[in-house]
Write a protein that binds this ligand. Structure first.
Ligand code: NAG
Ligand code: NAG
Ligand code: NAG
Ligand code: NAG
Ligand code: NAG
Length: 211
């Protein structure tokens, strides 16, 4: 009797054990899967975070040197001589454009723009200190007056006037600071170097190249 009672008990006893075993196996497998999932999530998040930081570093936080160039030139008054009596006396308006592609303003100090003929300064314009905003171009209109008074003996002037084209160079150095996310400041020096060719018979700008 005792054996008869025990016998059905034994398998009954064994059953829960195997159930327990498969339960723990299943939960172990489940936990393992959860851990793997978590690891995958963490890895994916780290990759995502790295990408975000990298993109941020390469775009928003990257400091780009602002560019300066001259804009449209409008001649107001132009008198020029000839081969035997060479001179020029020209006034014009133009714009100095400070292009800032940074994710923050560029604040620059006042400076002078010089105009030269064959390396000799023939005129200048002053640029007051200012600011080119967040990814924008600051345009400063200037009135420029250039004349050949200081050019006592530049032989090419007569032939240039005779050929009908006067070439002037313009140069400026801008010193300032780029400000990123309101706190990070970086000094940025930028230079303008433009060459303009003036057609003196039509009193028009033939071309303007800035580097
Ligand atoms: C143009 O320049 C000449 C020579 O400098 C001057 O005599 C004349 O008054 C100027 N004209 C104008 C409109 O500014
Ligand atoms: C050059 O200009 C001067 C002064 O205006 C004039 O006397 C002379 O005849 C001109 N010469 C030529 C070749 O046009
Ligand atoms: C600009 O030129 C003027 C006249 O030559 C000079 O007094 C001034 O100091 C210059 N300004 C700068 C910022 O270089
Ligand atoms: C000045 O411009 C006129 C009109 O476009 C042209 O006929 C002439 O060749 C130009 N002169 C020079 C030296 O380029
Ligand atoms: C400006 O550019 C011209 C032409 O490339 C060059 O000859 C000159 O040296 C440059 N000047 C400066 C001050 O960079």
């Amino acid at each position: 009797m005792a054996e008869k009672i025990n016998q059905p008990l034994a398998p009954a006893n064994r059953h829960p054990r195997s159930d327990e075993e498969s339960d723990t196996l299943q939960s172990k497998e489940l936990r393992r899967k959860k851990r793997v999932k978590l690891a995958v999530y963490i890895a994916a998040f780290s990759v995502f975070q790295t990408v975000v930081i990298l993109v941020f570093a390469l775009t928003v936080m990257r400091v780009r040197t602002p560019k300066v160039r001259l804009g449209t030139v409008t001649f107001k008054n132009m008198t020029t001589g000839n081969l035997t009596s060479p001179f020029f006396d020209i006034s014009f308006t133009t714009q100095v454009r400070v292009r800032n592609t940074n994710f923050g303003p560029y604040k620059y100090d006042s400076t002078n723009v010089t105009f030269t003929y064959q390396g000799v300064i023939v005129g200048r314009a002053s640029i007051p200190k200012g600011k080119a905003g967040f990814r924008s171009t600051k345009k400063v209109s200037v009135m420029v007056y250039v004349n050949s008074n200081v050019l006592s003996s530049i032989p090419s002037l007569g032939s240039d006037l005779n050929a009908g084209v006067l070439t002037l160079n313009s140069h400026a150095k801008l010193r300032g600071k780029v400000e990123l996310i309101f706190v990070l400041k970086k000094e940025e020096l930028t230079e303008m170097n433009c060459t303009m060719n003036i057609n003196i018979s039509t009193e028009e700008l033939r071309d303007l190249n800035c580097k």
